[in-house]
Write a protein that binds this ligand. Structure first.
Ligand code: ATP
Length: 892
């Protein structure tokens, strides 16, 4: 079909839809069956079987399997079957871990899936973009990503950036006029919009004509399948570390085997023991556990209302040293109510709260009759006409559809009896120049019943003052004298110092046949009328969140398009601005280079009257000063700064698709306090990863050393291969997972942010791994030797003691891993997962020792009660010896 050649009504007819009511649910179902979901088919993922087989591709596991096979052939069936069983269980666990990680990443993708506004059954509703079908009527506005291919039906200054399709980065102006010609290039189809392109200006309405693979994007979909890498810096570092550890573990294993053989051990026994040791000591499961810990953390973050879009952000969050946050809606509630109106040095007060359109107007504490004040009428009706929002009544409740600032203006007008719908019966909107935060104003061209035309502009008062040359003073138009201007400025400051957000209203008559094409021509030589001041109370939880951030060494900076005095007043209420703190205005910021800004940026706590473009400069200056910057934003123009920040944050409710796509974190509730929670969670996830790295590596060091020392001392093998594998699977695996779910330490948000380049073993972790691992090895060997020398004929008895000591030493040490400082700092029952993991590991160990059918498999002997005294005494040493010495050092 050549949709571009048709007139809009022909298109709606051909697609069998209704521009007034859209499609019905029944019709949507029918079309969904016929055309399928509006999705691009994705590249196939590896099958479950492949994923399972992948678990065994590790070199050492393969060697182990071959070794086992050999031992099977040599008649050691029990050992062979047991080892294969353990390797299988290990593989199954790995498989489920990976599946789980994959699933939660999928779920994340779903959560941040784009939504669109479509007309269905006569109502505008938000649906997932993938639910669109041909014939759907869709509306979109600046910042939206287009959900499907559409023929346009209405446009208001609509501009769309189509570089994803055409390579042309300049936005294309759109209109609804038919275009003739069969073979028109994509770039010239100005009456259509395409899936995946971005609305950069204005708004529009279209009817869906192509979905899924049947779109221009679908035709090049194969080119777009280069998914972003989701690996975090820590994962990358661990991968490198893993390689080093493999070499070290292998070298030590070879050493153990070589010394063992030299000391007269059987080559075959030493080979199997060596391979088992290598499998146990190589932390091959580490990356998978890290991914699971990260994705479980991400799921906890979702519960706390933040969605991580890019996994690396979880780590970077823990390093954040500055949060640059928007004020309106993030620190404040974005529930605006006009409370004061100013004109010609008169101030009216307005009563009522929220979007309920009932309230009175007072002048000098006396209720006023609106019909007696023409200026008041004008301010209110103009505020309503130059407005894209709507107040919708449903079951006696009033809801806002649109921007809260505009909603407040609508409600104020309704309190005086001026409804937008009724006003539109008398005034026609001929042209609209939508609000954008760089111009900081919006204008419409209005025509009344007599054909008289005028421009109505509303926006930031200081900006409107700059483009006005007259003023209505006591209902008479006067030239804007310096004296008047001074009075207006005083009024602005007075409203702003009460933390009110101020919007000015101005207008300009036009001759009846004058055509104005752009906002620059409309927004000049205006007649200033007055101001509306609205409250936007701070969110109650923000003050505490700012304090917690400060305690955590994180500076909070407010960045706002609002007036400097309003911004300062709110910043003071929230304790963001210290006495020595500076406030910088956008106009001063423009004059500074990034280098000049760097000099002062550490002293600035509030940036006011800034444009989104300034944000990039702020991010750069802060980064140059060595900060790790979190930056919030919601609009199209915020995207570059969000992308450049170390942690780009977008708003779940008010954010545009463009901002969301650029960000690595989405705040579901737009709330500043959520950033703090996300940072806390980010720090906790990182610390938990450190905890289990410490646990696993110390355990591995212990396992290797006990074998190495035994060989050096010409002792028999203190552990048989199957015992080593068992310790690796049960004692190491379960508690490590539980550490990944550990609660934060009490002082987590009292520490300075982590340095992003900090190594895995920083802050004494390396020393802890080696010292605790060394002690675990020594005590296991000591317990073995004590029993072995007492009764050299019963090697299995001594091996069982060594096995139990190794297990218990690790299970006690795991509690020490929960704290950076000392085991005594933490209540072990806080983490019930860990308690369960430890209890089940102990029970499984007891089963292996005391359940007769398992004894031949695991080469165990049922040891006596008094042996446990030795085992527990020995296994407590690695943890408590150093914890005790630390404690005395702390006291002294
Ligand atoms: P923040 O950056 O903290 O979200 P903000 O919402 O005040 O602050 P902008 O949306 O850039 O930032 O608004 C800047 C100024 O433009 C406001 O202070 C207000 O005076 C004016 N303004 C805001 N919304 C509108 C609108 N819909 N129409 C006209 N003017 C507006």
């Amino acid at each position: 079909m050549n949709w571009h050649e048709m007139r809009p009504e022909e298109v709606t007819k051909s697609t069998n839809t209704d521009i007034e009511s859209g499609l019905t649910t029944k019709e949507v179902k029918k079309r969904e069956e016929k055309f399928g979901l509006n999705e691009l088919t994705e590249a196939e993922r590896p099958s479950a079987i492949l994923l399972f087989l992948n678990q065994f591709k590790d070199f050492m596991v393969l060697v182990l399997l071959v070794a086992t096979l050999i031992s099977g052939l040599l008649g050691e069936y029990i050992d062979a079957i047991a080892i294969i069983a353990i390797v299988l269980v290990n593989g199954i666990l790995g498989f489920f871990q990976e599946k789980r990680a994959e699933k939660s990443l999928e779920a994340l993708k779903e959560l941040s899936a784009p939504q669109v506004t479509a007309l269905r059954n006569g109502e505008w509703i938000k649906i997932l973009s993938k639910e669109l079908v041909p014939g759907d009527i869709v509306k979109f506005t600046s910042g939206d990503r287009i959900g499907a291919d559409m023929r346009l039906l209405e446009t208001k200054s609509l501009e769309v950036e189509e570089s994803a399709l055409t390579g042309e980065s300049l936005p294309v102006q759109k209109s609804i006029n038919p275009i003739s010609g069969q073979e028109v290039g994509l770039g010239d189809l100005t009456n259509m919009v395409f899936m995946g392109t971005l609305v950069t200006r204005g708004s529009g309405l279209g009817v869906v004509v192509g979905t899924g693979m049947n779109t221009a994007m679908g035709q090049i979909a194969d080119l777009l399948q280069n998914a972003e890498t989701m690996e975090t810096p820590l994962q990358r570092r661990l991968e490198q570390l893993g390689k080093i550890l493999i070499v070290v573990a292998l070298a030590l294993t070879v050493l153990v085997v070589a010394i063992g053989v030299l000391q007269g051990h059987n080559i075959y026994d030493m080979f199997l023991a060596g391979v088992s040791l290598a499998v146990a000591a190589i932390p091959e499961g580490l990356p998978a556990i890290v991914t699971v810990a990260l994705s479980l953390g991400v799921q906890r973050m979702i519960k706390q209302k933040s969605i991580v879009r890019k996994l690396p952000a979880v780590e970077t969050l823990g390093c954040a040293s500055v949060i640059c946050s928007d004020k309106t809606g993030t620190m404040t509630q974005n529930k605006m109510t006009v409370t004061q109106i100013w004109s010609s040095d008169k101030v009216w007060h307005v009563s009522g709260t929220g979007y309920h359109p009932h309230g009175e107007f007072f002048y000098n504490d006396k209720e006023v009759n609106i019909s007696q004040s023409k200026t008041l009428q004008q301010i209110l009706t103009f505020g309503s006409l130059c407005n894209s929002a709507e107040i919708i009544e449903k079951n006696g409740e009033f809801h806002l559809d649109g921007d809260p600032t505009e909603g407040a203006l609508l409600v104020a007008a309704m309190k005086a009896g001026f409804k937008k719908e009724s006003l539109l019966n008398n005034f026609e909107i001929v042209e609209e120049f939508p609000f954008d935060s760089t111009r900081k104003m919006m204008s419409v061209i209005v025509k009344d019943k007599n054909g008289k035309q005028f421009v109505v502009t509303k926006g930031a008062p200081d900006v409107l003052l700059g483009i006005s040359n007259s003023i209505l003073w006591n209902e008479r138009q006067e030239k804007l004298s310096r004296e008047n201007e001074e009075k207006v400025r005083k009024a602005i400051e007075s409203l702003a110092s009460q933390a009110l957000r101020t919007i000015a209203i101005a207008y300009k008559p036009l001759s009846s046949n004058e055509r104005i094409q752009n906002s620059v021509a409309a927004e000049k030589d205006l007649v200033f009328i007055g101001l509306q001041g609205m409250i936007d109370p701070p969110r109650p939880e923000v003050k505490q969140a700012v304090k917690e951030c400060r305690d955590a060494g994180i500076k909070t900076v407010m960045i706002t398009g609002d007036h400097v005095i309003t911004a300062k007043a709110i910043a003071k209420q929230l304790n963001i601005l210290p006495t020595h703190g500076r406030v910088l205005e956008g106009k001063d910021l423009s004059l500074l280079s990034v280098e000049e800004l760097e000099e002062i940026v550490d002293d600035v706590y509030v940036f006011a009257r800034v444009s989104p473009e300034h944000k990039l400069k702020i991010v750069k200056a802060l980064q140059n000063k060595g900060h790790i910057v979190a930056m919030t934003g919601d609009g199209v123009n915020d995207a570059p700064a969000i992308k450049a920040a170390d942690i780009g944050i977008s708003m779940g409710i008010t954010g545009t698709d463009v901002a969301k796509e650029a960000s690595s974190l989405i705040l579901v509730d737009d709330n500043f306090a959520t950033i703090k929670s996300a940072i806390k969670e980010g720090r906790n996830i990182y610390e938990n990863i450190r905890k289990f790295i410490r646990y696993l590596l110390a355990s591995n060091v212990g396992e290797i050393l006990v074998m190495l020392f035994a060989m050096l001392l010409a002792l028999p093998l203190p552990l048989v291969p199957i015992q080593i594998l068992w310790v690796n699977l049960v004692t190491d695996g379960l508690p490590a997972m539980a550490l990944g779910l550990d609660q934060p330490e009490g002082d987590l948000m009292k520490r300075k942010p982590r340095h992003p380049k900090e190594g895995v073993f920083a802050r004494g972790l390396g020393w802890k791994v080696i010292s605790r691992g060394f002690l675990i090895g020594i005590v296991t060997l000591a317990a073995f030797m004590i029993v072995y020398y007492r009764n050299p004929d019963d090697l299995a008895y001594a091996q069982t003691i060594a096995f139990a000591t190794l297990v218990m030493a690790q299970l006690i040490h795991v509690f020490d891993c929960r704290s950076e400082k000392s085991i005594f700092d933490r209540n072990p029952f806080e983490n019930m997962y860990l308690i369960f993991a430890v209890i089940s590991s102990i029970l499984l160990m007891l089963v292996v020792i005391y359940y007769p059918p398992l004894q031949p498999i695991f080469h165990t002997i049922p040891i006596m009660l008094r042996d446990w005294l030795l085992i527990l005494g020995m296994s407590a040493i690695p943890t408590f010896l150093l914890a005790g010495s630390l404690l005395t050092r702390k006291k002294s």
